[in-house]
Ligand binder design. Structure first.
Ligand SMILES: Nc1nc2c(ncn2[C@@H]2O[C@H](COP(=O)(O)OP(=O)(O)OP(=O)(O)O)[C@@H](O)[C@H]2O)c(=O)[nH]1
Ligand SMILES: [Mg+2]
Ligand SMILES: [Zn+2]
Length: 264
C-alpha cells in the first residue's frame, strides 16, 4: 500500500468527517461509491467480506511466531464487516505442550471468540476445524507461512494446494499462495484460500471509532466518566480500570493502542 499524497489525505479526512453513519459509509465503499483511490486502498479482504459467512484467522504458534496484534486486527475486520471470526492456532505439534496455546486461547474465549488449536501435520483439531467450516463460506486469513493452505489440504486431501516451507533463516513464509481461490468442499461448504497478509489498513475508520471494535470495552465503557471516552488518557476511565484489575487483557489493550495509532 503506497503512501498517500497530501491531497489524498485531505480527501480521506473529508470523507471521514462527513456526518454519516458508519454503516452508510461502508455501503458506499462496498458499492464503489467513493473516490477511486479510496476504493483502491481498501484491502481486498474487505471487499470480499460481505460475501462471506465468517473468517478463520489462522496464526501459527511457532515458525513463524504468533502475532497477537495481527489476530486482533483481523478481529477488528470481522467487527467492522459484522461477520463472525474464528481463531485457529496452528502448528501445535511444534509445542512441547499446549499450555502456551491454551493461555492465548483463553484470552479470546473469554470475550466470546471461538478458538481451535490445530496441527495440519499431526491432525490435532482437524475434526473441530471441519465442524467450523461445515455449511459455511469461510475465508482463511493470516500471515504467510502459518499453514492456511496446509490446513485446507489436511481437511480435504484431494485439494492438493501448493504449500511451501517457511524460510529457515527468517522463519517467514514465502508467499506461496498468490491468488485468491475458492474451493468447494461439499455442496454447502466453501473455503477461500488467500495469500498471506501482514497488514490491513482501515482508511475509512476514524480513530475515535476504534473503541467500538474491541467488544470487551463495551460493558465497562458505560461507566467511564466521559461518554466519548477513548480509554487512552481520560480521567476516571472504567476500561483502564478493568485493565488494571485484569478483566481486560493487556495484549488486547496494547493492540487497541496500536490500532488507534494507525488510524487517521
Ligand atoms: N509443523 C507443522 N508445519 C506446518 C503445519 N501447517 C503447515 N505447516 C508447514 O508450514 C509451511 C507453510 O505452510 P502453507 O500452508 O504454505 O502456509 P500458508 O499460510 O498457506 O502460506 P502463504 O500461502 O504463503 O500465505 C509448510 O512447510 C507447511 O508444511 C503444522 O500444523 N505443523
Ligand atoms: Mg497458502
Ligand atoms: Zn474510558
Amino acid at each position: 500500500m503506497g503512501r498517500l499524497t497530501k491531497r489524498q489525505q485531505k480527501r480521506i479526512n473529508y470523507f471521514l468527517r462527513e456526518k454519516m453513519e458508519r454503516r452508510q459509509k461502508q455501503d458506499m465503499i462496498h458499492k464503489g461509491d467513493v473516490p477511486k483511490f479510496i476504493e483502491r486502498h481498501m484491502p481486498y479482504i474487505r471487499k470480499l467480506a460481505r460475501n462471506l459467512d465468517q473468517i478463520l484467522i489462522v496464526g501459527s504458534m511457532v515458525s513463524p511466531e504468533l502475532k497477537p496484534g495481527l489476530i486482533d486486527r483481523f478481529l477488528v475486520l470481522g467487527e467492522i464487516e459484522e461477520i463472525p471470526s474464528v481463531i485457529c492456532l496452528n502448528k501445535v505439534d511444534l509445542l512441547k505442550n499446549l499450555t502456551s496455546a491454551e493461555k492465548i486461547a483463553a484470552v479470546y474465549r473469554n470475550i466470546d471468540y471461538p478458538v481451535i488449536l490445530t496441527s495440519a501435520k499431526s491432525g490435532t483439531g482437524l475434526e473441530a476445524l471441519r465442524e467450523v467450516l461445515q455449511n459455511k463460506r469461510t475465508a482463511l486469513v493470516g500471515h504467510s507461512g502459518v499453514g492456511k493452505s496446509s490446513l485446507l489440504n489436511a481437511v480435504e486431501p484431494h485439494l492438493q494446494i501448493t504449500v511451501n516451507e517457511v524460510s529457515k533463516s527468517t522463519s517467514k513464509g514465502k508467499h506461496t499462495t498468490t491468488k485468491v481461490r475458492l474451493y468447494t468442499l461439499n455442496p454447502t461448504t466453501e473455503v477461500v484460500d488467500l495469500p498471506g497478509i501482514k497488514l490491513i489498513d482501515f482508511i475509512d475508520i476514524h480513530r475515535d471509532e476504534a473503541r467500538f471494535f474491541f467488544r470487551e470495552f463495551e460493558a465497562p465503557s458505560q461507566y467511564c466518566k466521559f461518554r466519548d471516552c477513548l480509554h487512552i488518557s481520560e480521567k476516571d476511565c472504567a476500561v483502564k480500570q478493568a485493565l488494571d484489575e485484569g478483566t481486560i487483557s493487556p495484549t488486547r489493550y496494547k493492540s487497541y493502542l496500536n490500532f488507534v495509532e494507525t488510524l487517521n
